[in-house]
Design a protein around this ligand. Structure first.
Ligand code: FAD
Length: 437
């Protein structure tokens, strides 16, 4: 989080967008008040729905918002706010049923009026959405299928929630309130059209061509790409793009990969991909001349202006954004001191090993490899990174260095705790988690 103006502006916008749907209900005339619990439960229902609609703004990857907060913070907010929203939405009927058990009859979908049927559908879809999200790893389904399910459930839940609110219309009886809520829904709808139609349409006019591919250590494949018929992208080293291959950019799921090449090699770009699943395996079939699409750049994990020592702590394929930063620094003859701590499963699979060792001819660059399973010939430190290792590895002035952590989420969480134990202020470390859910 660097851009204070962006944070204040977007935080203000967030508060307005979240509270305005409820504020609108208080305008003009009110319907006759009912008992406290009924009114309270209705307020919860509207609040939950407004919070859910707001998620469309959070996840639309609007550049100035993402730049201000960072992808990780945005996705954390998305997760937490959605949980709050679902709790509020589920509490709405539960409170009504406790206050008036006679209303339980509305659960009978055969006899209930449509407005109650929409309410049931919305609540069930929201509950399913939470289960599908929280237990994503346990479900063991392909990411694309999971993503489709996630989006479909969100659309059904929000859509039927709105139909329920409009069909009941208790607080939406005046034309002004009606129109303001319709304006809000149009805003949500515009965002969906922007992310799912306009942005892919723009991207489809800017294809990229694979010029070559390179095998790297650790079952990693580097794709070298150049823009075809357009100027390409200017990215900051450490940022990532959304790659679509074997399909048009209208495909629901694009795959995020960090740019691994130097930002100075514009307009060519490289992405280095660990082949771990169906999409990344299939990328191995790409050959020179094949067309792909890249959306972006996104992300705020990049070099700072600080002259302080930059310490990169990378785990596994989390090395890719670091490679881009190191290569860019070399191209720019940036001579600020850099220490890379590279946690790898074993020595043989250390992606970019040779290039990193070659980079150490620059006196300002040091790399420490930390293999979890070393070979018998290995003489350095081994195992997983811990505070003791960091204390030994880091030069004096631990609190003043700038830290960049990239890799699996568990590793980042652990390293963040270690840095906090070493009294490194929060603003001195930046993380790039390779998983959002
Ligand atoms: C910001 C960011 C940058 C990344 N940069 C790189 C990189 O430079 N090199 C690299 O090898 N990997 C990178 N990854 C991870 C990479 O996106 C996934 O490994 C890849 O999408 C897996 O696809 P798959 O179908 O082959 O594997 P699967 O077996 O389907 O998935 C493997 C894992 O990747 C996650 N994943 C799958 N598809 C997506 C998607 N579309 N969006 C988000 N997560 C997904 C799944 O949740 C699962 O945990 C990055 C991820 C993020 C979030």
């Amino acid at each position: 989080m660097k851009d204070m103006k962006g944070i204040i502006l977007s935080a203000t916008l967030f508060i307005i967008v979240i509270l305005s749907p409820m504020a609108v209900l208080l305008f003009a005339t009110h319907p006759p008040a009912r008992d406290y619990w009924t009114e309270f439960s209705v307020a919860l229902g509207y609040a939950g729905l407004a919070l859910m609609g707001f998620q469309l703004i959070l996840t639309a990857r609007i550049k100035w918002i993402v730049r201000a907060w960072g992808e990780n913070v945005i996705y954390k907010m998305h997760k937490i706010m959605s949980l709050f929203a679902v709790v509020a939405i589920v509490a709405h009927p539960v409170i009504l049923f406790i206050a008036d058990p006679g209303k339980l009859a509305l659960l009978n979908i055969f006899d209930a009026p449509w407005r109650a049927r929409f309410a049931s559908l919305s609540t069930y879809a929201f509950l399913a959405l939470i289960v599908v999200t929280l237990f994503k790893d346990k479900l063991n389904v392909r990411y694309e299928r999971w993503h489709f399910l996630h989006i479909s459930l969100a659309v059904v839940a929000i859509g039927s929630g709105l139909l329920h609110a409009f069909a009941w219309g208790f607080y939406l009886e005046t034309p002004l309130k009606h129109q303001l809520w319709i304006a809000l829904i149009l805003l949500w709808f515009t965002l969906v059209v922007y992310t799912r139609v306009i942005r892919p349409a723009l991207s489809s006019r800017k294809p990229w061509v694979v010029t070559s591919t390179r095998r790297e250590r650790g079952n990693c494949l580097t794709l070298v790409m150049k823009p075809e018929g357009h100027a390409g992208v200017r990215f900051m080293p450490g940022q990532f793009g959304l790659l679509t291959a074997f399909a048009s950019p209208f495909r629901l799921t694009a795959h995020p990969f960090a740019f691994s090449s130097s930002a100075e090699r514009y307009p060519d770009v490289e992405m280095s991909v660990k082949q771990r699943g169906d999409f990344t395996e299939k990328l191995g079939t790409l050959s020179p001349g094949d067309k792909v699409f890249i959306e972006g750049p996104f992300g705020v994990y990049t070099l700072t202006e600080s002259p302080a020592l930059h310490v990169f702590i990378a785990g596994g394929i989390g090395i890719t954004p670091v490679m881009s930063i190191l290569r860019t620094m070399a191209d720019r003859e940036d001579s600020r001191p850099v220490l890379l701590i590279y946690c790898v499963t074993d020595w043989e699979s250390a992606t970019f090993r040779e290039e990193l060792i070659a980079m150490t001819v620059r006196s300002e660059f040091t790399v420490l490899f930390l293999p979890e399973h070393p070979t018998a010939q290995w003489h350095g430190e081994t195992g997983r990174i811990d505070v003791e290792f960091l204390k030994q590895a880091l030069p004096a002035g631990v609190e003043n260095h700038r830290y960049f952590i990239s890799g699996p989420e568990e590793m980042i969480n652990e390293v963040e705790k270690m840095l906090s134990a070493l009294n490194v202020p929060l603003e001195n470390y930046h993380a790039d988690k390779y998983s959002y859910v």
